[in-house]
Design a protein around this ligand. Structure first.
Ligand SMILES: [Zn+2]
Length: 205
């Protein structure tokens, strides 16, 4: 799934897994209350699991007021505002779109992430995102994988160790739940969204 911003109305109609379709999208201008249509917005609307996530810049045709649209539309066409800072929301959408991660699958997890973020100040959020990014590793050619396979999980091989960015990681356990990224302990890295590796300290590696 791509995260290429475009005129927002070009993303619609979007059909949910349950067959419901959302064909239009509009938000009232916070300045003059005029309804601003998706054709006056630039951004992305993507379906992740069973919800449509919208992030866009809007310009009111009536008063030229510019505002950011951050919301989630469920399969019943209920629209929920997203309280996350834009950079974090964008990052989560990219992450979700790229990895199809299960973060968005269940509302409680989304809520929990949001609560965590709202309780932090922006500096803390930035640090948390950096920390989280360094603890989530995607499978790519940049990751050196051990020739030793120690098993398989979800029909994929489990590599005994990984090397990436100067770090050596050894396999610890398979990630059972969809919220594995929230359960990582100190020194643990989630690889490919499903395997937890432990980082070796330099003297062990
Ligand atoms: Zn306006």
């Amino acid at each position: 799934m791509m995260m290429q911003p475009d005129r927002l109305d070009r993303f619609f109609p979007i059909t949910y897994p349950n067959g419901a379709t959302v064909s239009r999208f509009a938000k009232p201008c916070p300045h003059c209350q005029q309804l601003v249509k998706a054709s006056a917005m630039e951004g992305v609307a993507i379906l992740l699991q069973d919800k449509v996530f919208v992030l866009a810049d809007a310009e009111c045709p009536q008063c030229q007021h510019r505002f950011v649209v951050k919301c989630v539309i469920d399969a019943y066409k209920r629209v929920f505002p997203v309280q996350l800072p834009v950079f974090l929301y964008r990052w989560m959408l990219q992450w979700g779109a790229r990895r199809q991660l299960k973060l968005f699958r269940q509302q409680p997890e989304w809520q929990r992430a949001r609560q965590l973020v709202e309780a932090m100040d922006p500096e803390q959020v930035k640090n948390a995102v950096q920390q989280l990014s360094s603890r989530l590793l995607s499978d790519s050619s940049e990751v050196e994988k051990s020739p030793d396979i120690v098993g398989s999980f979800q029909s994929q091989p489990i590599y005994a160790w990984l090397r990436h960015d100067g770090r050596t990681l050894v396999f610890d356990h398979a990630a059972a739940g969809s919220d594995a990224q929230f359960q990582l302990k100190e020194g643990e890295v989630l690889f490919d969204g499903r395997l937890v590796y432990r980082q070796l300290l330099p003297e062990q590696a």
